[in-house]
Ligand binder design. Structure first.
Ligand SMILES: [Zn+2]
Length: 448
């Protein structure tokens, strides 16, 4: 299929995994301005080339939609890289990042992440939590100032990846109050082109993480505790009421809600509150659970109908599984991160890195997902499913599936070129498949 415009860029002689509804394959793709104008055979697509068109022979390489790392702390990564929190051997604070305190430092960190993600074929990411709750934070990586810098860079055309932002009105991995949340939600922001910077909604920390015994769980930790909600309140009932109120307020304000929830109890309350808000005020919102370590299968089953997604990190699952078992026992681990059930039930699963907790290399985390599923061999169907979790489904999370996430005519030209076809390699080999080129909005931002 093609429209009649002369192309600026033609990629030909390869495999194009469109990841469209039928997972159609083609051999060539053409781009004009920021859009895909043709996908098809080499002959069909090169027909759109003119004297000024850059024609790239793929020599059998593979084109994918640009990768969307739907949970990545961009400014924090830019400061810490090549360090990571897990790379320093723990989740309890990790490597201390030098504080970002000036606009120039913030911009440099965002730029550094822009370069890093471009080299990985990542063309979109979600910055999950920036706002006033972190203005006095130790790292400065999640402050309102960082959001201001993103806004400035978006308006100057300086972003190298499309960014979605969730605003944070409490502390990162810490407490929040209903009063701060309500006041924050009422504050406006300068407008930006949502195709480059979309301040889509809010992030709420419902609880912590199982290895720190801060996830709110039905099961007791070995010390007899079972965690609690991080949302402020005089007792557990008031904490829960305040979390429910936050979700209701944000839903009514038309904001997307991403809730960090790892314990089965916090997940139950979160989904119940989202379901109540949807029932009372109508659907939409594209809300989602972040991490979801101990989500119960009964809760998973409700998510597709409610349109609630699950944003989870297989790399963290693989690395921290022994710590979860250490905190809550082997039985808890056996039911944790039910990725297979989530995929089989049709839950909107986004896989992501949570960089810089771990590194942002999506190829490693697709391999980790396959490892979690005990799928070692070449399996094109599984690989397609996992690739969807890094492209098509995060576009849905972004409310952007009409214009990004697949290689189809009319969509933005966000592309990732790999040196081999991921459908032909075992998942464990994927990290060795090099990224050859990254295109964002028709602009080549990386060439290997
Ligand atoms: Zn995170």
């Amino acid at each position: 299929m093609a429209d009649r415009k002369t192309a600026d860029l033609v990629l030909t002689g390869g495999t194009v995994l469109t990841l469209d509804r039928g997972n159609t394959e083609a051999t060539a793709v053409a781009v004009a301005d920021d859009r895909i104008v043709a996908v098809g055979t080499d002959a069909e697509v090169t027909a759109l080339a003119g004297p000024d068109t850059r024609v790239v022979d793929l020599y059998g390489r593979t084109v994918l939609p640009g990768i969307n790392d739907s949970h990545l702390h961009g400014a924090w990564l830019g400061v810490l890289w090549p360090g990571t929190v897990m790379g320093s051997g723990g989740l309890g604070g990790g490597e201390a990042a030098p504080a970002l305190s000036t606009p120039g430092e913030r911009r440099a960190a965002i730029r550094r992440t822009g370069d890093l993600v471009a080299a990985l074929g990542i063309t979109s990411y979600t910055e999950p939590g920036l706002g006033p709750g972190e203005d006095a934070g130790a790292t400065g990586c999640f402050s309102s100032g960082v959001l201001d810098e993103y806004i400035a860079m978006a308006n100057e055309g300086e972003l190298r990846a499309r960014v979605t932002v969730l605003r944070l009105f409490g502390e990162l991995d810490g407490p929040s109050t209903l009063a701060d949340f309500e006041a924050g939600l009422a504050t406006g922001l300068p407008s930006t082109d949502p195709r480059w910077l979309n301040v889509a909604g809010v992030k709420i920390f419902a609880d912590g993480i199982p290895p720190m015994r801060s996830a709110w769980t039905h099961r007791c930790y070995h010390d007899g505790s079972s965690g609690h909600l991080l949302v402020d309140g005089g007792d557990p009932a008031e904490r829960e009421a305040n979390l429910r109120r936050m979700i209701d307020l944000a839903h009514r304000a038309g904001a997307q809600i991403g809730v960090h929830a790892t314990g089965d109890r916090s997940i139950e309350v979160t989904v119940s509150a989202m379901a109540d808000a949807i029932a009372a005020h109508g659907k939409a919102g594209r809300h989602y659970l972040i991490h979801g370590d101990l989500v119960a299968v009964d809760v998973l089953k409700r998510l597709p109908e409610l349109g609630i997604g699950l944003n989870t990190q297989p790399g963290i699952a693989v690395m921290t599984a022994p710590w979860l078992a250490g905190a809550l026992g082997d039985e808890a681990l056996a039911g944790a991160w039910p990725l297979r059930q989530a995929l089989d039930l049709g839950v909107g699963v986004c896989l992501s890195s949570d960089a810089p907790v771990i590194e942002p290399d999506w190829r490693r985390w697709i391999a980790a997902a396959a490892e979690w599923l005990n799928e070692e061999g070449v399996n094109p169907d599984l690989m397609l499913k996992l690739l969807h979790c890094y492209t098509v489904t995060p576009a849905v999370q972004d409310g952007a599936e009409s214009w990004k996430g697949t290689v189809e005519v009319g969509k933005v030209a966000d592309l990732c070129v790999l040196e081999a076809n991921p459908l032909t390699v075992a998942p464990a080999e994927l990290p060795q498949v090099g990224v050859q080129m990254t295109v964002v909005g028709g602009r080549v931002v990386f060439e290997g």
